[in-house]
Design a protein around this ligand. Structure first.
Ligand code: RB5
Length: 148
C-alpha cells in the first residue's frame, strides 16, 4: 500500500515516528514534508497529500498538525479526498467502514505515538463496508448539495 504523509512543524515529530513505523511494516511512503520543526504552513502539506490520494498516486494519506483541524479543512477541499480527524480506534474504524475515508488526520497535541500507531493499524486494516446506504451518502458528500 502506498501512503502519502505530511505534517507541519507541530506534527513533525509524530509524522517522523509514523513514517518509521509504516516503513518498518512495508508500506511505500511518499513523505510530503515538512522536513524540520521550523514554523511552516499546514495547508501546503495537506494539499500535497490530498492531491496524491485524490489523484491516485497514493492509496491512503496521513496528516498531522497541532489540532488536526487545519489539515482536515484543507485536505477536504480536494474532490475525492475524504480526510477524517481520528482520536481513537473506534472513530478510525467507522471512518473507513462508513465514510470510506482515505486520509487520516492526527492532532499531535492530543495523540501520542502509541495511540497513533494503534489507530493507524485500524485505519489501514479496515475496509469500506460498500453497503448501498454508505455508498449513497458518500456520493452526496461529493455532490455538495446538488440532488443525486
Ligand atoms: C500551528 O500553530 C497550528 O495552528 C497548526 O498545527 C494546526 O493545529 C492548525 O489547525
Amino acid at each position: 500500500m502506498r501512503v502519502a504523509i505530511g505534517a507541519d512543524h507541530a506534527g513533525f515529530d509524530l509524522k517522523e515516528e509514523i513514517r518509521l513505523e509504516l516503513e518498518k511494516h512495508g508500506y511505500t511512503i511518499n513523505d510530503c514534508g515538512c522536513a524540520s520543526k521550523d514554523s511552516t504552513d499546514y495547508p501546503e502539506y495537506a494539499h500535497q497529500v490530498a492531491s496524491a490520494v485524490a489523484g491516485g498516486t497514493a492509496d491512503r494519506g496521513v496528516l498531522v498538525c497541532s489540532t488536526g483541524l487545519g489539515m482536515s479543512m484543507a485536505a477536504n477541499r480536494h474532490a475525492g479526498a475524504r480526510a477524517a480527524l481520528c482520536h481513537n480506534c473506534d472513530s478510525a474504524y467507522f471512518a473507513r467502514t462508513h465514510n470510506d475515508a482515505n486520509i487520516i488526520v492526527f492532532g499531535a497535541r492530543y495523540t501520542t505515538f502509541l495511540d497513533a500507531r494503534a489507530i493507524l493499524q485500524v485505519f489501514l486494516g479496515s475496509h469500506f463496508s460498500a453497503s448501498e446506504r454508505h455508498a449513497r451518502r458518500i456520493t452526496k458528500i461529493d455532490a455538495c448539495g446538488e440532488t443525486v
